[in-house]
Every structure is written in C-alpha cells, then in structure tokens.
Design a protein around this ligand. Structure first.
Ligand SMILES: [Fe+2]
Ligand SMILES: [Fe+2]
Length: 194
C-alpha cells in the first residue's frame, strides 16, 4: 500500500475524511481480491495475510469507519430529515451488519483452513463492501454536503477527531487492563499485588 492511501488524514472536512477512509478500504479489498486469485490458482493459504485482513475489518472498518458513520454521521442526517427506519441510512446500517456477518464467515473458514469457504466469504465481503462504498460516495455523501450546515460539519469533524483519539487511548489501555486481570486471577503470583 503506498503512502497516498493515507493522504486523507490531514483534511479538515469530515466527508473528505470518510472518502479517504473509503480509498484505504478499497485498496485492502483489491489486495483481498488478488489473494483470492492466488488461492484459486492453488497457491498456499497465507494465514498471516488473512489474519491481517480480519484485524483490518475489526479495527479499521467496524471499529473506526463504521463507528464514525453509525454513531455520528447517520444520526446527524436523521435529525436533518432522513428517516431512520426507511431512508438510506437504514439500508447502510443493515449493510454494515451484513459485512460483519461475512467477516465472521471468513474467520470461521480460516480457522478450519477451508479454502473454498474462505474464497466464497471473501468474495461476498468484497462485493458487498465495494457496492456499499459506491452508494455512500455517490448518494449519501453528496446528500450530507447539501443537508448539513457549516457549523454541523465543523462539529462532526471535531467529533471524528475525538473518536479517533479515544480509540488510540483504549488501544494503549487495553494491554494494561489485560495484565491487571491476569494478575488478579486466583493462584497468580500477581494476585497479592492486585
Ligand atoms: Fe458505511
Ligand atoms: Fe463508509
């Protein structure tokens, strides 16, 4: 992946941030596609590659990007008139759920080292993610640029930054919490210290 994949990090418009994240996701999907072709050509199953893909799905896709959309952008659009039950955000939320489903299918297939199931789940995941991104880029984001007032866009951008900072913090705190919980286990040499 070249450096340009992260050229969105410094933008100050929240929709440009999301568009940039889409470019990053699309590049990863291209890599998944390429790896699928290798698997079809009977190349060895590269466990580490697929573990990285699963981690990307969890930490970047679901953990960062979908959270910005579902927790911040979609509710803001819904307060500006889009229907939460039947509008485009309802369809897109449903697609986020479906993408989690295909991610878990990829994880299961990888654990079983089942190449044909892994290929099928990865292909479904890639197809869904590409069409989802196209819908957001072509329909939802232009709508957001029209509907949201300058002040709302500024607030959204600040909230995006807070969310990212919060995630970096939890990333650093998580290992310490794990160490504390192991130390507190009965029989652990660290139990007396906990
Ligand atoms: Fe989305
Ligand atoms: Fe998106």
């Amino acid at each position: 992946m070249d450096a340009g994949a992260f050229d969105w990090a410094a933008t100050d418009h929240p929709i440009d941030v999301l568009l940039g994240e889409h470019r990053t996701i699309l590049r990863v999907l291209d890599e998944v596609d390429r790896e699928c072709r290798n698997l079809e050509g009977n190349q060895p199953l590269r466990e580490a590659f697929w573990q990285d893909v699963l981690r990307f799905c969890d930490e970047f896709d679901a953990g960062l990007h979908h959270q910005k959309e579902e927790d911040l952008l979609f509710p803001l659009l819904e307060t500006n008139g889009l229907s939460a039950a039947a509008g485009p955000t309802a369809v897109l939320r449903d697609e986020h759920l479906r993408s989690k489903f295909w991610r878990s299918r990829m994880g299961q297939a990888l654990a079983q080292r089942d190449r044909s199931r892994l290929l099928a789940a990865a292909a479904s995941h890639v197809d869904l993610a590409r069409s989802h991104i196209l819908k957001e880029n072509q329909i939802l984001f232009p709508l957001a640029r029209r509907l949201l007032a300058p002040g709302e866009l500024e607030q959204l951008h600040r909230d995006f930054r807070l969310l990212s900072a919060d995630q970096r913090l939890s990333y650093w705190l998580r290992p310490q919490a794990a160490v504390r919980s192991i130390a507190a286990m009965p029989g652990s040499s660290g139990a007396a210290l906990a």
